[in-house]
Design a binder for this molecule. Structure first.
Ligand SMILES: CC(=O)SCCNC(=O)CCNC(=O)[C@H](O)C(C)(C)COP(=O)(O)OP(=O)(O)OC[C@H]1O[C@@H](n2cnc3c(N)ncnc32)[C@H](O)[C@@H]1OP(=O)(O)O
Ligand SMILES: N[C@@H](CCO)C(=O)O
Length: 353
């Protein structure tokens, strides 16, 4: 298991809203070794509740004898700003008050997050990134970052995500925040404020991360006799409890709002125009059963990102299919990289003529 390291930014950091943070830290994990040409860097952006340890939640993609083998690649992932896996977030101490931020942590956007990531990238002197990859919220951040730093990223792998968060997605997120607001403890300034509400929020979110078929396959009752205490019910409760063991409601709230505000077209003349500015070679991946980021959103990206490649994962797992369908995701990336080789071969042939 790679151990996270810390990057400290000591200067004041202005957010898109105009609010400021008096500096921040990012926890980041690296895996593998940078080659002498510094050409083997893969940067991973994690999803809503992920950590910088991609070998934990994308374990079948990164690891020895996996597609991204650390003997070949240098992989890096930072926990998002506002996160709860080592980066500065609402439970961190505000150096100005010497108290935890809690509710006073300023709202940020994906643009703020990727500006923070970029300061880390510059500190590590990673001038070129072979592949920037992210799923869901991480895909939103990756797309933003590729737009603001057009000369850094050679390839973008954008998984189960979108160019602008949809009214449907915002409605899901607001419904989850309603559950947090309903929790009386949310009014308090304590580390556990809103935890009960967050459990309900996670249970609601599961309905958008999975699919009718996922529940049918894993939560079907074996017999016909029961009238209550259904498996599907205890599953919902368990998923809320499980998240509450490792997450806080402040980060959940802030990240869900960052997701809502995602719109690559903001101040860029609209989404379509912004997408024409995207420079890296891009692979768009969707999951055919995704209810939260439906495939229409990835087809839209494919249509507007020039020369992009497209891969549709076939899964009954819904949106979270991007975290579990490793074989198909590996195949998608392998095919995408294969096109580099074909292009190089064609260029070589052209030169011979
Ligand atoms: C340090 C860290 O934790 S880093 C963060 C790790 N997580 C992330 O990065 C987020 C991304 N990962 C995820 O979203 C998820 O882990 C996924 C999508 C990859 C897989 O989801 P899971 O919840 O693990 O799988 P699944 O939906 O099959 O649920 C399995 C769990 O539900 C439990 N369960 C299944 N059915 C029921 C039921 N009827 N009643 C109660 N519990 C049930 C299982 O016992 C299992 O429990 P466990 O996780 O304690 O072993
Ligand atoms: N299952 C994901 C959220 C959907 O991207 C997570 O917990 O981060």
């Amino acid at each position: 298991m790679p151990t996270p390291q810390l990057f400290h930014h000591q200067q004041e950091f202005q957010l898109e809203s105009g609010a400021t943070l008096p500096g921040f830290q990012l926890a980041y994990t690296t895996y593998g070794t940078l080659n002498p040409q510094r050409s083997n860097v893969v940067w991973v952006c994690h999803a809503l509740t992920g950590s910088s340890d991609f070998t934990d939640w994308w374990c079948d993609l990164f690891g020895e004898d996996k597609f991204y083998d650390p003997r070949e690649w240098f992989v890096i992932c930072a926990n998002t700003l506002g996160g709860c896996y080592g980066s500065t977030g609402p439970l961190s101490i505000n150096p100005k008050t010497l108290q935890p931020y809690f509710h006073t942590f300023p709202q940020f956007t994906n643009r703020d997050v990727v500006r923070a990531f970029d300061l880390l990238r510059q500190e590590l002197e990673l001038e070129r990134i072979h592949t920037l990859i992210g799923g869901s919220l991480g895909g939103q951040q990756a797309l933003e970052w590729a737009l603001v730093q057009p000369d850094v990223f050679e390839r973008l792998v954008h998984v189960a995500s979108n160019a602008r968060h949809s009214p449907w997605g915002i409605a899901f997120n607001e419904t989850q925040r309603m559950a947090i607001r309903q929790d009386p403890s949310w009014e308090s300034s304590t580390a556990n404020a809103g935890k009960e509400g967050m459990k309900t929020a996670r249970a609601i979110a599961m309905l958008s991360y999975r699919h009718y078929k996922t529940y049918n396959e894993s939560q079907q009752e074996p017999g016909h006799s029961i009238t209550e205490d259904f498996r599907a019910a205890s599953y919902q409760v368990y998923q809320g409890e499980k998240l509450a063991q490792r997450f806080n409601a402040y980060t959940y709230w802030l990240l869900s709002k960052a997701m809502d505000s995602h719109n690559v077209g903001r101040d860029r003349g609209g989404v379509e125009k912004a997408l024409t500015q995207l420079k890296p070679r891009t692979l768009i991946v969707g999951v055919n059963s995704d209810l939260l980021f439906p495939v229409e959103e990835q087809y839209f990206l494919h249509e507007h990102v020039e020369s992009s490649s497209f891969y549709l994962i076939n899964s009954s797992y819904g949106h979270d299919g991007f975290l579990v369908e490793f074989e198909q995701l590996t195949e998608a990336i392998k095919d995408f990289y294969q096109q580099d080789k074909l292009k190089a071969a064609l260029n070589y042939e052209e030169q011979q003529w």
